[in-house]
Write a protein that binds this ligand. Structure first.
Ligand SMILES: [Zn+2]
Length: 336
């Protein structure tokens, strides 16, 4: 629901493309630039898709230029905008009724790293919402082939694929479902961490702020966002609906069965090539057994697991810091 103000420009050629719009970031930025309607501006094209306005050419400003006034209401749903303390952007608080927000959440839910629903794209989601067929992601599971067939550019085959893709997503593991829910600040990594710690959505749902913050790498901002998400009636309703359709809301039995706390929070750095497991499998074994994977050797590292062809500088560093270097076999033995 964040609002990003955009300047409409007279089209100008910039680095091989025609630029018609440029980002103004937020209300503070507009004020800082003292931007007026009709101003001539300097535009910079960076890595983002949309270029940004970086300065105003005051020499070219006419004496009757009108100051810009920041919008007070959402351009999509006309709800009054709010600005949270300490945040630069204005938000539309109409969580449930603001269509671009609704569509955005469903698009996130179906995205590749989330539920990865085959046969369903952003355009179809927008159509489904506009036609009133779905109001949130949990409604996807109620859709039938007959309902989606009349949609624009939908044929029997694509309708079948769509419904199939939605059904298949019921097998997506809990940590990805948790990411798909679209809890603010809960990205893939945090979702994994929370899934592993709480194991079920019900345990996470009833976790207190203090309880969440006590988890390694979960800060106040994330913890607050999680508790807010589960305090929202509508979100709870959606979750119950997902549950009734068989979406995975807890870690699967075999994942749980393979998890231990044998490594007791020790930090392992993995280096080189291994014989019986791949490097990724090794990392997974560490995490599944209560250890942590470090990206580089530091004084915090507890063990270096050395494979074949490990770089000599790594060994040297571990030796300097007196970090025990263990073999793949020795590590696997610890898990037995
Ligand atoms: Zn709105």
């Amino acid at each position: 629901g964040a609002i990003t103000p955009v300047a409409n420009l007279e089209p100008v050629e910039l680095a091989g493309t025609t630029v018609k719009r440029a980002s103004l970031h937020n209300a503070d930025q507009i004020e800082k630039l003292d931007l007026r309607i009709g101003d001539t501006v300097f535009v910079e094209k960076g890595g983002e898709i949309i270029p940004k306005v970086i300065a105003v050419d005051l020499d070219k400003r006419t004496s009757d230029a009108v100051p810009t006034r920041y919008i007070t209401h959402c351009p999509e749903c006309q709800t009054e905008l709010i600005r949270l303390e300490g945040e630069a952007k204005h938000y539309c608080p109409n969580y449930l009724g603001c269509q671009p927000q609704v569509i955005g959440r469903i698009e996130h839910y179906i995205s590749r790293k989330a539920m990865d629903i085959d046969g369903l794209g952003g355009e179809t989601v927008a159509l489904l919402v506009k036609e009133g067929l779905i109001k949130d992601y949990s409604d996807l599971y109620d859709l039938t082939i007959e309902e989606v067939l009349p949609l624009e550019r939908m044929a029997q085959k694509s309708a079948e694929n769509l419904i199939n893709g939605i059904t298949q997503s019921k097998h997506v593991p809990f940590e990805r479902v948790l990411f798909a829910l679209g809890i603010r600040y809960v990205g893939e990594t945090v979702a994994k961490k929370l899934a592993k710690h709480y194991k079920t959505i019900d345990a996470l749902k009833s976790a207190s702020l203090e309880n969440l913050i006590a988890i390694d790498e979960i800060g106040e901002r994330i913890a607050e966002s999680v508790t807010q998400f589960f305090a929202n009636e509508h979100n709870l309703y959606s979750i119950e609906k997902l549950r009734s359709h068989g979406v995975q809301l807890q870690l699967s039995e075999d994942i749980l069965a393979n998890q231990t706390n044998k490594l007791n929070g020790d930090i392992f750095v993995v280096s080189g090539v291994f014989e019986s497991v791949s490097r990724n499998e090794l990392k997974k074994l560490i995490e599944d057994n209560g250890g942590k994977v470090g990206s580089s050797i530091s004084s915090k590292t507890n063990f270096l697991i050395a494979g074949d062809k490990m770089g000599p500088s790594k060994r040297q560093k571990a030796e300097n810091l007196q970090i025990p270097i263990i073999s793949e076999q020795a590590f696997l033995k610890r898990l037995k």
